[in-house]
Write a protein that binds this ligand. Structure first.
Ligand SMILES: NC(=O)c1ccc[n+]([C@@H]2O[C@H](COP(=O)([O-])OP(=O)(O)OC[C@H]3O[C@@H](n4cnc5c(N)ncnc54)[C@H](OP(=O)(O)O)[C@@H]3O)[C@@H](O)[C@H]2O)c1
Length: 428
């Protein structure tokens, strides 16, 4: 029999449990695909006494990660702890002791991925992180391999299942943010502390990884403009629907040649856009490559089994390489260091919803201020409200964000304006 390939795992939570389940239940099929059995040699957890959904031999568990990192028989180490430290230190030491790495850790990869990838490449080791973006959706390997011939100019992704679930429910059921968030928490789709998801930080890490790979230029997550979900009111969703749009939170990257534009925020998408019908906890990533044209990847963006599928896919690929003695073929693919433009240099269309006194010439005065700042109007809809005010909704032509912000600043101080309710970027 061919010698087994030993695997060590750090973390046995949602993803660790899913990966162990897939490895165990599909052991025979995986052995055929690799040409050698894969054996889980050790799993490090924080608390040995914690009750777990997954049944594992207690002898495999340790609360000392060093027992996994320093074991010379382990060839592949899976880091499934999360966060930057101590995960980053553990992974670095594992590379230095000659282990190939699999991780699903988006925060670590977004903040420190290029150094870790280089470290692994210099030692001729494999390092894969398919599970870090899009859960079970294959996107990192396709970008680095099957689609590597393309020059990508645009990526657009719904990469956070929690916010997509909340927005889908608010849209379909005319529901309030707070009620849907509580329901999402009850279903396990949102964490008890949902800040990372609803403020857009989770999407920020994933978008940094995607943009870095698609544009072969390192994108620091700190340079990505981020706006979360909390600004979106039920009324914006209703009005967007009436105008033929849906509101989604997307990660967007554009390669403008000398610079990149990378951002995460809510957008109005036309109802016919391929991402507009991606609902609930599903994720999708839409790309435009110069040779392939438009491509879209769709599937379950989180969860133990979907992410476990991606993690085990990486393990299988690495194990095959070990069998052939062909590891370390693909390191960091960020060859450039293009600047990221600040958000006020963005040029796009905007939706603006404001309340103003319902009097003659109000519309004309507001339109004239937009005009003063080179913001031209594509459409405007006015609706009288019972209290003597009017709700006015504008869709602008493409304009510079700095100009729109200046116009809104002047408008917000007018006596005739009760308040700017919201403004949202439109992705046509
Ligand atoms: N959840 C998802 O759907 C999903 C999807 C894609 C990617 N990811 C990524 O996958 C990674 C894991 O996420 P998760 O949801 O599986 O997290 P989780 O459920 O909180 O599990 C984390 C695991 O790591 C263990 N752990 C934490 N600190 C440790 C330490 N210092 N030493 C040893 N073990 C330690 C915990 O041990 P105990 O069990 O003893 O507490 C637990 O088993 C993260 O990077 C996350 O971003 C998650």
């Amino acid at each position: 029999m061919t010698n087994p390939i030993n695997i060590g795992i750090l973390g046995l939570g949602v993803v660790g449990g899913g990966a162990v389940r897939v490895l165990t239940e599909h052991a025979a099929a995986i052995e055929r695909k690799v040409g050698a059995p894969l054996v889980i040699k050790k799993i490090a957890v924080r608390d040995l006494n914690k009750p777990r959904d997954i049944a594992v031999d207690p002898a495999l568990l340790t609360d000392d990660p060093n027992e996994v990192i320093a074991d010379p028989d382990i060839r592949i180490l899976c880091e499934l702890i999360g966060g930057v430290e101590p995960a980053h230190g553990y992974v670095l030491r594992a590379i230095q002791s000659g282990k190939n790495i699999v991780t699903a850790n988006k925060e670590m990869m977004a903040k420190a991925g290029n150094d870790l990838l280089q470290e692994a490449e210099e030692r001729g080791l494999d390092f894969s992180f398919e599970g870090s973006v899009g859960g079970g959706i294959p996107i990192i390997q396709p970008l680095k391999q099957a689609l590597a011939a393309n020059k990508f100019t645009q990526i657009l992704g719904i990469v956070n299942g929690t916010t997509n679930y909340i927005l889908s429910k608010m849209t379909a059921e005319d529901a309030d943010f707070g009620d849907v968030l509580r329901e999402a928490q009850a279903h396990g789709y949102a964490e008890a502390d949902p800040t990372n998801d609803i403020e857009g930080y989770d999407a920020q890490y994933k978008t940094a990884i995607l943009a870095s790979i698609a544009f072969t230029s390192r994108v620091d997550p700190a340079d990505i403009y981020v706006e979360g979900l909390t600004r979106i009111a039920k009324r914006d969703i209703e009005v967007a629907k009436e105008l033929g749009y849906v509101i989604k939170i997307v990660g967007i990257g554009q390669d403008l040649g000398d610079a990149l534009q990378v951002r995460v925020h809510p957008v109005l998408l036309p109802q016919a856009h391929p991402l507009a019908s991606v609902n609930d906890v599903y994720n999708a990533i839409f790309l435009h490559g110069d040779a392939v044209g438009d491509v879209m990847f769709y599937g379950r963006g989180a969860g133990g089994l979907p992410t476990g599928s991606a993690v085990v896919g990486d393990i299988i690929e690495i194990a095959r390489n070990i069998r052939r003695g062909a590891t370390g073929r693909l390191g960091c693919t960020c060859y450039d260091q293009k600047p990221i433009l600040p958000i006020d240099q963005l040029e796009t269309n905007y939706y603006v919803r404001l309340l103003a006194h319902d009097r003659p010439k109000v519309l004309a005065s507001l339109a004239s201020i937009f005009g003063d700042f080179d913001v031209s109007i594509e459409s405007v809809v006015q609706r009288a409200l019972p209290d003597g005010d009017a709700e006015i909704v504008w869709i602008t032509h493409r304009c510079l964000e700095a100009n729109l912000r200046s116009a809104l600043d002047v408008i917000s101080r007018l006596e005739i304006v009760t308040g700017i309710q919201n403004w949202i970027r439109v992705e046509e």
